[in-house]
Design a protein around this ligand. Structure first.
Ligand code: MRU
Length: 368
């Protein structure tokens, strides 16, 4: 996608020195657009944990490049053990997004084909680049499938914008390019279908306010920032035509783990007869799991993310301020699970399907 007219991905190898991975530093957005450089698997683990890079797809692509950096670092005589440890360290960074372990396993399989460390390093580089390219390509298809749903609503309200509510950031910043929930929105916008997006701020990290609002603004898509608690009210007043969110892990039965608060949006959407769509690439499915509420690991992050909020101060600098009494304890679950019964359809790169086991396996028969 373009930033100030220049095309960017969220992660890439530095031109002229492919031993360095460059990423858009998402801790600095929307106030500054800066590139961070990572040169070791420890750098990559840190970047995933502190959310310099974040979002299910980008976490997967970052894990791919993390394994490549590990291959560059691994000593000749200890190559195998070093790579095993790197894989374990990367997998331990953030537990919920299925893309992380999926990417690490894919890298291990790609590297296993090589017979010498030098060959394995080349294979690791190629596999990491291919994984990122694939991520970017998937969303062209997903965007086209999802756009049909938006076009359908647009036909029923000629001349008026389709109002879409989204939660968190499932845009191109959460992937390598294009994004999942935003792909249909960008496709519709480019096709001249009038759209307007309600952007949930998404406490505590405010990915909606900081990232989705920034992305949509860069792309010229009309949008309005709302508090996390406003969605139900807007739905009751006919101001939301559809909800589209992303996903961090979807079980074979169609249960959806996504950013904390998604479940409440799904409940409100059901109560108001509004369709709730979830957009995801195939790498976000966890076909091994059935009941998502019981089995999807939910990341719990530090209490300071709830107790403090950061933003741009009037003097222009970025500041963090405490929003509760000094001694107030807090808990911080990063994700929740929306049961399949509340999901109207899943939008994938292969097409659109109902959120149930039969429909999901009809789209992905090789996973049965
Ligand atoms: O905690 P984050 O910012 O990594 O959140 C993950 C997500 O990006 C969202 O839950 C998103 O909706 C999933 S789609 C990548």
């Amino acid at each position: 996608m373009k930033v100030d007219g220049k095309p960017y991905r969220t992660i890439w190898l530095r031109e002229g020195d492919d031993r360095v991975v460059q990423v858009i530093d998402q801790l600095r957005l929307p106030h500054a657009f800066e590139i961070a450089e990572l040169i070791s698997v420890a750098d990559m683990c840190r970047a995933i944990k502190n959310m310099t890079v974040r979002g299910a797809g980008l976490i997967g692509a970052s894990a791919g490049f993390g394994m490549y950096l590990a291959a560059l670092e691994a000593p000749e005589q200890d190559f195998h053990d070093f790579m095993r440890q790197a894989a374990a360290d990367l997998k331990a960074t953030r537990p919920t997004a299925a893309n992380l372990a999926w990417a690490v396993e894919r890298m291990l399989a790609a590297i296993a084909v090589g017979t010498t460390p030098a060959q394995k390093r080349r294979l690791a580089r190629d596999a990491a680049v291919a994984l990122a390219d694939e991520d970017a390509e998937h969303f062209r298809h997903l965007g086209e499938h999802g756009m049909a749903l938006i076009a359908d609503i647009a036909r029923r309200k000629p001349g008026k914008p389709v109002n879409i509510l989204t939660h968190c950031n499932a845009g191109w910043l959460a992937f390598v390019d294009f994004g999942s929930a935003t792909a249909p929105i960008y496709a519709a916008h480019e096709a001249g279908i009038p759209v307007h997006v309600w952007v949930d701020e998404t406490r505590p990290r405010n990915q909606g306010a900081s990232l989705t609002a920034w992305e949509l603004g860069q792309h010229g898509v009309p949008h309005t920032l709302i508090t996390d608690n406003a969605g139900g009210h807007l739905m009751q007043h006919g101001l939301v035509d559809m909800v589209i969110t992303g996903a961090d892990r979807v079980t074979r039965s169609g249960d959806v783990a996504n950013k904390i608060g998604t479940y409440l949006k799904a409940l409100a959407a059901r109560d108001n007869g509004i369709p709730m769509y979830v957009a995801l690439p195939s790498s976000t499915f966890d076909f091994s799991l059935g009941d998502g509420v019981a089995s999807i690991p939910i990341e719990e992050r530090g209490a300071e993310e709830v107790r403090f909020i950061s933003g741009k101060a009037s003097h222009g600098g970025i500041e963090s301020v405490q929003i509760c009494p000094d001694t107030t304890p807090a808990r911080n679950w990063g994700f929740d699970v929306t049961p399949a019964r509340l999901v109207t359809k899943l939008i994938c790169e292969r097409g659109i399907c109902d959120a149930n086991e039969a429909a999901i396996f009809a789209l992905f028969p090789q996973e049965k």
